[in-house]
Design a protein around this ligand. Structure first.
Ligand SMILES: Cc1cc2nc3c(=O)[nH]c(=O)nc-3n(C[C@H](O)[C@H](O)[C@H](O)COP(=O)(O)OP(=O)(O)OC[C@H]3O[C@@H](n4cnc5c(N)ncnc54)[C@H](O)[C@@H]3O)c2cc1C
Length: 375
C-alpha cells in the first residue's frame, strides 16, 4: 500500500481532511488538478459567509458549531486572519421557511439572534432598506471566513505534518477492490487503504451516477462610498425577497462590496461550459433586484467572477461511502453552502481514514436518501 489515505481534490474539504489525517499520523497523499487554492473549483473569491443559526436546517447546527471551533483553532495556530466576526443578518418575508429554521436553530441551540423590523434596521444600518413585509434576524456571532487563506493554511500544515502532494494532476479513476483503493491520475497511479473523493463540482466526472448537478454561478464586486465596511458595523447578509430570489453578500473591503444570487444559475456539463463573468447578458443584472430594494446606495460593478455550485437534488450535502466501496468516502453536493463546513467535514473524513466514529449523525447526508442509491 502506498498511502493510508488519498485525498482526491484538495480544495476546501480535501485540504482540511489532509491536514487532520496527516496530523493524526496517517501517511497522506493530496491530489488536485490545480494548485490549491485556485479558481478552478468553488472556493475562490477570497471570502465565504459563516452562519450558525442555520436556515438550511437545524440538522446542520452541531457540525457548524464544531466547524467554527476548528476555524478558530486554525486561526490561533497560524496567526492568520481566517474568521472575522462581522455578524450576519438574515432578511426575508416574515413567514419564510428559511427564517423559521434560523429561529428554530437559534432557540434549540441557544444561539444569539436579534429580531429586527424596518425601523430597527434603518436605525442600526442606515445604508439598508427593509422592504415592506420583510423582517431581519441578526446573528452577531456569525461572520466571514477567508476561504483561500484557509485552504493555503491547511495545505501548508498538512505538508508540514508529512503529507505528500501531487498537484496539477487530474485524477481519472478511483476504484476499490476490497483490499484497498486504486487512484489513477495523469502521471500517477497509487494504492491506499482509504480514499476521500472531495472533487467538488467535478466529482461528476469521476462518478457521473452521483446525484450532483454542476451549476455556473457568478458574483460581483461593487463600488461603495465607505459606509459598508465591517469597521462601520456593516454585517454580512443573506436574503430572500418576495420574488423568491435569494441573495448573499459581505461587508465591503477597501470600499468594494461583494454580492451574489444564491438561486438560479446555469446547469453545465463540463468545466469548459463555466463561461467567465460577463459572457451572458444577464450577468450584469444578476443582483440588481436586491441592490435596488435593499442597498440602493451601492454603486456600479467593479468586476465579477464565475464559480460553480455542485447542487444535490435537495440541496443537502452528500457525506457517505460509495455503494459497494466502503473504503471510498465522498463529500459532494455541498450546494453552494458548504465552505463553512469544510473544517469539520475534513475532520470527519480524517476520522473515516483512521477508523474513528464521526461523532455526528450523518444520516441526513446519506446517499440512500436518493432511492436509486439505497443499499
Ligand atoms: C459564488 C459562490 C459563493 C459561495 N458562498 C458561500 C458562502 O458564503 N458560505 C459557504 O459556506 N459556502 C459558500 N459557497 C459554497 C462553497 O464555496 C463550496 O460548497 C465549497 O467551497 C466546496 O468545497 P469542495 O471542497 O467540495 O470543492 P472545492 O473547494 O472546489 O475543491 C474541489 C477540488 O477538487 C479538484 N478537482 C476536481 N476534479 C478533480 C480531479 N478529477 N482530479 C483532481 N482534482 C480535482 C478541484 O480543482 C478543487 O481544487 C459558495 C460557492 C460559490 C461558487
Amino acid at each position: 500500500m502506498d498511502f493510508d489515505f488519498i485525498v482526491v481534490g484538495t480544495g476546501s474539504v480535501g485540504a482540511a481532511a489532509a491536514f487532520h489525517a496527516s496530523r493524526s499520523g496517517l501517511k497522506v497523499l493530496m491530489v488536485d488538478n490545480g494548485h490549491p487554492p485556485h479558481d478552478l473549483g468553488s472556493h475562490h473569491g477570497q471570502t465565504r459567509l459563516m452562519r450558525h443559526a442555520y436556515g438550511e436546517g437545524e440538522k446542520y447546527v452541531p457540525t457548524v458549531l464544531r466547524a467554527q471551533a476548528l476555524w478558530e483553532e486554525l486561526e490561533r495556530e497560524t496567526g492568520e486572519r481566517i474568521f472575522e466576526r462581522t455578524g450576519v443578518v438574515n432578511i426575508g418575508p416574515a413567514g419564510a421557511a428559511f427564517l423559521g429554521r434560523v429561529r428554530a436553530s437559534a432557540e434549540r441551540w441557544n444561539l444569539a439572534l436579534q429580531v429586527m423590523g424596518p425601523a430597527e434596521v434603518r436605525a442600526r444600518w442606515p445604508q439598508m432598506t427593509l422592504p415592506d413585509g420583510l423582517v431581519a434576524l441578526y446573528e452577531p456571532g456569525a461572520g466571514v471566513l477567508r476561504s483561500e487563506a484557509s485552504i493555503r493554511a491547511h495545505v501548508r500544515l498538512a505538508r508540514d505534518a508529512g503529507a505528500v502532494e501531487a498537484f496539477g494532476t487530474p485524477v481519472r479513476s478511483v476504484a476499490s477492490d476490497g483490499n484497498g483503493v486504486t487512484v489513477v491520475a495523469d502521471g500517477g497511479r497509487w494504492r491506499a487503504r482509504k480514499v476521500l473523493v472531495s472533487a467538488g463540482t467535478w466529482t461528476t466526472t469521476l462518478f457521473p451516477e452521483l446525484p450532483v448537478t454542476p451549476v455556473r454561478k457568478i458574483f460581483t464586486w461593487h463600488e461603495t462610498d465607505g459606509r459598508y465596511e465591517a469597521v462601520s458595523g456593516f454585517p454580512g447578509f443573506v436574503s430572500e425577497l418576495p420574488s423568491g430570489n435569494q441573495f448573499y453578500g459581505f461587508p465591503a473591503e477597501d470600499g468594494i462590496l461583494k454580492i451574489g444570487r444564491h438561486n438560479g444559475g446555469q446547469p453545465i456539463g463540463s468545466p469548459d461550459e463555466r463561461l467567465p463573468f460577463g459572457a451572458l447578458d444577464s450577468d450584469a443584472h444578476e443582483v440588481s433586484e436586491f441592490l435596488d430594494r435593499v442597498l440602493p446606495g451601492v454603486g456600479a460593478i467593479r468586476h465579477g467572477a464565475s464559480c460553480t455550485y455542485d447542487n444535490s437534488p435537495d440541496e443537502d450535502f452528500v457525506v457517505d461511502t460509495l455503494p459497494g466501496q466502503p473504503d471510498v468516502m465522498v463529500v459532494a453536493g455541498l450546494s453552494g453552502h458548504g465552505f463553512k463546513f469544510a473544517s469539520v467535514l475534513g475532520e470527519i473524513a480524517a476520522g473515516f481514514a483512521g477508523g474513528r466514529n464521526p461523532g455526528f449523525d450523518l444520516s441526513p447526508f446519506s446517499l440512500s436518501r436518493f432511492g436509486q442509491y439505497g443499499r
